[in-house]
Ligand binder design. Structure first.
Ligand SMILES: Nc1ncnc2c1ncn2[C@@H]1O[C@H](COP(=O)(O)OP(=O)(O)OP(=O)(O)O)[C@@H](O)[C@H]1O
Length: 604
């Protein structure tokens, strides 16, 4: 999915990028910030509870075993112990409960936002992406950030506040142990930095492998029939095997770093606790006297009980540091997929050309494609193409194309160069020209999906646009559901009427359940011509003011084509229609044609 996964970057750039990605991740938490703070506060309070708990245990043991006091003397420390145990249990439970809620909310919102970001980039952007890799963004990549929010951020708060409190408590009773803890504490952050270096790259490689395998698998599933027909089953299975093996190897690398780092940290924490124990051992044996005064047993017990808890938050943070690296790897992949970190605030992401669906559209706000300049509609004229156009004198141009150059993302040459065209409201225009000359490209640009590289492609403000494309997507659902997709509230009568005009009724009556027959991915198969008619009915149901049709009558016999055009005549009374076609009947129906200039390669 990303070529950048292994590309080395200068340290300063990498650091700046990491900071930016961390800020981006933290911003996802904003709506739930106060609840997250509650979870952190509960966790920190639970950590602080170790201090009275250790004091109670040390006090009780000292009184019972060494001062020889009766059971009555330990009532107070036992009450304190019970109270702290209860408080700690409740606090940890509350912290985990609140944090789990926060994480679920953040991840759910991220999934919605990623889907919105994908939709906002429009169909032309989508065509250049692999669906499996896009699915991975909302699944494995989003999941990879869960432990950052649920583990790392809480552990960070805990690390900032709990060890300091324990250190102060220990210093109050024994400065030697305090000093020992203080000197060994930096070991954890040092190892965290070492882990961080390798973990992010390994995490990113694992996510790339997951996304690639997902994309490959989705792609091959779609073409399963072809794979069988061409006898490529074994070869494909081998490729799937290779992809999963790559995931296994990369996942093992990630796990190796995680296990190794926690093992090293456990070792150093144990050594540090052992140092404290050795110090007390030698002091009690009288072989060491750093304090210059007797060391009460309760002091030793108190410090020994607290020493592991001093390192516990540091160890947890170090373990979660690995999760932070994984989360940053996921963000880096999201950044690569969207060519930059998307601002996932839903409102801001909604495109200037909101509403264009798969084959239909809704009213849209701004009129100009991204990057195109705004200019007043020129007088009706034609340039860059040939043919005739019936302009109503004085009618304002609904569609205005002026010196536009259109290039598909990543294409070497523009599909169309310096074309100019004005289409007055209420007119019909047939776009004609050889295959590959750029008719569909022009429709994409008018629909607002393909921004003009230079020049202007504009549509009058507030125009309700619908587009019926050449390769309509049929969703898993009934025929009626598929038609209703852009107008979910349309009545059955309206759906039936749109289906009649688009000549869907013609074949729907022969289907097992008529308009309720399930079509699409797992449903009844439709022919190419039938699918296009469903797309046309979808577009008609929107009652568009500007209808863009891409070869609506391809695959149709002359009779059906004639019936379709006649029915459209009644339906599209005041509608402006731009239709890409190779059919003479459609050109005659439109009444005006515009010949798309030859492809750039030929004219060069
Ligand atoms: N996503 C894309 N990326 C790069 N180039 C593309 C893309 N889609 C189309 N093209 C190229 O743009 C040119 C115009 O294609 P377009 O589909 O607009 O032609 P058309 O006139 O509609 O053809 P047809 O009559 O066969 O439908 C072609 O050379 C095509 O290969």
């Amino acid at each position: 999915m990303s070529a950048q996964a292994s590309a080395p970057l200068p340290a300063t750039t990498a650091g700046a990028q990491r900071r930016q990605r961390t800020q981006w991740l933290d911003a996802r938490l904003s709506p739930w910030r106060s609840r997250h703070r509650i979870a952190c506060a509960c966790q920190v309070l639970a950590g602080w509870m170790w201090i009275p708990q250790a004091a109670a245990i040390a006090w009780a043991l000292d009184a019972l075993l060494f001062a020889g006091a009766g059971l009555g003397a330990v009532r107070a420390p036992m009450l304190l112990l019970g109270g702290t145990l209860l408080a700690r249990t409740v606090l940890v439970w509350a912290a985990q409960r609140v944090q789990a809620d926060v994480v679920e909310s953040v991840l759910a919102r991220m999934r919605v936002d990623i889907a919105t970001a994908i939709a906002a980039r429009g169909p032309v952007w989508l065509r250049g992406r692999r669906s499996g890799a896009l699915v991975a963004l909302s699944t494995s990549h989003v999941d990879a950030t869960a432990n950052y929010f649920g583990g790392y951020l809480v552990a960070r708060a805990e690390t900032l506040l709990v060890p300091v409190a324990i250190l102060v408590a220990v210093f109050c009773v024994d400065w030697v142990v305090g000093l020992l803890l203080l000197l060994t504490a930096p070991l954890a952050p040092m190892f965290m930095m070492l882990i961080g270096m390798g973990a992010e790259t390994a995490g990113r490689r694992q996510l790339v492998a997951l996304a690639r395998a997902g994309a490959h698998f989705t792609d091959r599933l779609r073409g399963l029939d072809l794979i069988r027909v061409y006898g490529r089953g074994d070869a494909e299975l081998a490729q799937v095997g290779e992809a999963t093996e790559t995931i296994r190897v990369r996942s093992m690398r990630v796990l190796r770093i995680a296990f190794l780092s926690s093992a090293v940290l456990e070792f150093f924490a144990s050594v540090s606790v052992a140092l404290v124990a050795v110090y007390f051992g030698f002091t009690y044996l009288g072989m060491l006297d750093l304090r210059g005064e007797t060391l009460p047993l309760s002091t030793g017990l108190f410090c020994l009980l607290l020493a592991p808890e001093f390192y516990a938050p540091l160890r947890r943070l170090a373990a979660n540091y690995h999760d932070r690296a994984n989360a940053l790897a996921a963000v880096a992949e999201i950044e690569a997929a969207f060519d930059g970190l998307p601002d996932l605030a839903v409102k801001q992401l909604l495109p200037p050309r909101a509403g264009e669906g798969w084959d239909g559209g809704k009213p849209r706000g701004p009129t100009h494609a991204r990057g195109a300049r705004i200019s007043p509609p020129p007088q009706p004229s034609l340039a860059g193409g040939g043919g005739s156009q019936s302009d109503s004198p004085g009618a304002a141009a609904l569609v205005c194309i002026e010196g536009a150059t259109l290039r598909h993302p990543g294409a070497r040459a523009p599909a169309l160069q310096h074309v100019s065209l004005q289409i007055p409201a209420g007119n019909r225009l047939a776009l004609v020209g050889p295959s590959g000359s750029g008719k569909s490209t022009l429709l994409d640009a008018i629909a607002g999906w393909l921004p003009a590289e230079s020049g202007v492609v504009s549509v009058a403000p507030g125009t309700r646009i619908a587009l019926a494309s050449q390769r309509p997507w049929l969703f898993d659902g009934s025929l009626a559901d598929n038609i209703r997709i852009g107008a979910p509230d349309a009545s059955d009568a309206d759906v039936a009427e749109a289906a009649r005009v688009a000549q869907v009724t013609r074949f729907a009556t022969a289907l097992p359940d008529g308009m309720d027959t399930v079509i699409g991915e797992r449903g009844f198969g439709l022919s190419g011509g039938e699918a296009r008619r469903v797309a046309l009915a979808r577009a008609l149901l929107l009652r568009p003011q500007l209808l863009l049709l891409d070869e609506p009558t391809a695959f149709l016999d002359a009779g059906t084509e004639g019936d379709l055009l006649a029915a459209l005549d009644d339906w599209l009374q005041d509608c402006t229609v731009v239709v890409a076609t190779h059919s003479d009947a459609v050109v005659a129906w439109a009444g005006a044609q515009w010949r798309v200039p030859p492809p750039v390669e030929q004219s060069a």
